[in-house]
Design a protein around this ligand. Structure first.
Ligand code: NI
Ligand code: MN
Length: 227
């Protein structure tokens, strides 16, 4: 299983069966220029954590072009169907679904959620994906929450993809606690350095995670790694 980073909170997970895109925010992100283009992506599934612009900017255009299945909160899927996407799969918090590539659970995130035009987007969430014998927790935008301890009771999480940029989400210290709560020894950081509000010292982040015995991967935009 491989994962590619497309900037901010956008990743593509390639399992043995499907290509799964998370939270596409590429065309408005100047950091992606010359490295990845939303128009070039081809995926089978799109998982969207919540409705904010920096998570859905390219969602409708990619879903319309690729006809991928869009998995997200009921309200977000309904909004996208109203914009012409064909394959929506609505969920709500606590629910799981077996998809062709594996099992997906939509889990709690402590944040807010509204779509770019002001449409109510339901509650924000994250995803736990079980595929190819691995378990990946994609937290979305979230504060640290004790709910993450529940994940450790139900899952053996191999990799947690956690926001570390502070201000709008967890920062470094809380993300370390989140990894400890959910039982993940390996973390991929997201939602940092895209905007001035979420600029962080990445060397400090690596040091602090390392001191806690947790591996922190900070991927380059366009980089692909094996999970
Ligand atoms: Ni957000
Ligand atoms: Mn965000």
């Amino acid at each position: 299983m491989q994962i590619s980073f497309y900037g901010h909170s956008c990743f593509q997970l390639n399992t043995s069966k499907s290509r799964v895109l998370f939270d596409p925010f590429i065309s408005p992100n100047p950091l992606t220029k010359g490295k990845v283009s939303a128009d070039d992506l081809d995926v089978d599934f799109m998982l969207i954590s919540h409705g904010h612009e920096d998570h859905v900017a390219d969602a409708v255009s990619i879903a319309k072009r690729t006809k991928c299945s869009v998995v997200s909160a009921f309200e977000i899927v309904s909004w996208m169907e109203g914009k012409g996407i064909e394959n929506g799969h609505p969920m709500n918090l606590g629910g799981s679904v077996e998809l062709p590539f594996g099992k997906v659970k939509y889990v709690t995130a402590i944040h807010s959620s509204v779509l770019p035009d002001g449409t109510y987007a339901g509650n924000p969430g994250g995803f736990v994906i079980e595929a190819d014998g691995k378990t990946i927790y994609y937290a979305g935008d979230t504060a640290l929450t004790l709910d993450m301890k529940l994940l450790a009771e139900s899952f053996e999480i191999d990799w947690a993809i956690l926001p570390i940029g502070d201000n709008f989400t967890m920062g470094i210290e809380d993300a370390i606690k989140a990894a400890q709560f959910c039982g993940a020894k390996k973390v991929i950081g997201m939602h940092y350095n895209t905007f001035p509000y979420i600029a962080i010292d990445t060397e400090r982040a690596k040091r602090e995670f390392s001191a806690a015995g947790i591996e922190l991967r900070l991927m380059e935009i366009g980089e692909t790694i094996e999970l």
